[in-house]
Design a protein around this ligand. Structure first.
Ligand SMILES: [Zn+2]
Length: 180
């Protein structure tokens, strides 16, 4: 038991020590070289050029891609220089920026907690529907005494929460189910 705790603590320390480059924190319309000074005093310098970020301090070129936003406009993504997957955050290790998976970094504990909350929410709705806690089993029957309207509404809510928890789990495994 102690050993497990010790290992988890180690992994957590490691991901926090890794420098993250978040596309949402980069001003893509900025001209010239931008300098990021890290807590240890080292620097990251980059220049935006058309559809790529030139990490001059690391001699790495990171391609950018856009996807349309739901409500208009577009969203920018990095393409991981190693696997070409679309990501919002790249991490530096051994002087190279890559996605979390290419660097073999663990899923953060915060994300695990979010996923767990989604599963708990889904199970609570399932309790009201008197359905199985096994999220893979569909909700089939209306509980006795429940109005059809309530049943339909809860069933829809359950379906959505269940889908989101499944999507989060799939995302954790680094599988793309939604290419939009
Ligand atoms: Zn990658």
């Amino acid at each position: 038991m102690y050993r497990g705790k010790y290992i988890r603590h180690n992994i957590k320390t490691r991901i926090e020590q890794v420098h993250a480059l978040d596309i949402r924190k980069i001003n893509l319309s900025q001209e010239g070289v931008t300098i990021i000074i890290r807590p240890d005093g080292s620097q990251v310098t980059y220049r935006i050029r058309n559809d790529s970020v030139h990490l001059e301090s690391h001699q790495q070129v990171i391609k950018l891609e856009t996807t349309p936003c739901h409500y208009g406009g577009k969203r920018y993504w990095f393409l991981c220089p190693h696997c070409s997957k679309r990501v919002a955050v790249l991490y530096e290790r051994n002087k190279l920026y890559r996605c979390r998976h290419c660097h073999n970094l663990p899923y953060t504990s915060q994300r695990v907690q979010q996923d767990e909350r989604l599963r708990i929410k889904t199970r609570k709705i399932r309790d009201r529907l008197e359905a199985s806690h096994n999220l893979a089993k569909p909700v089939m029957f209306k509980p006795k005494g429940m109005h059809w309207n309530t049943f339909d509404r809860l069933k829809m809510t359950e379906k959505y929460a269940n889908y989101r928890s499944l999507a989060a789990a799939v995302n954790a495994l680094h599988i793309n189910i939604d290419k939009s």
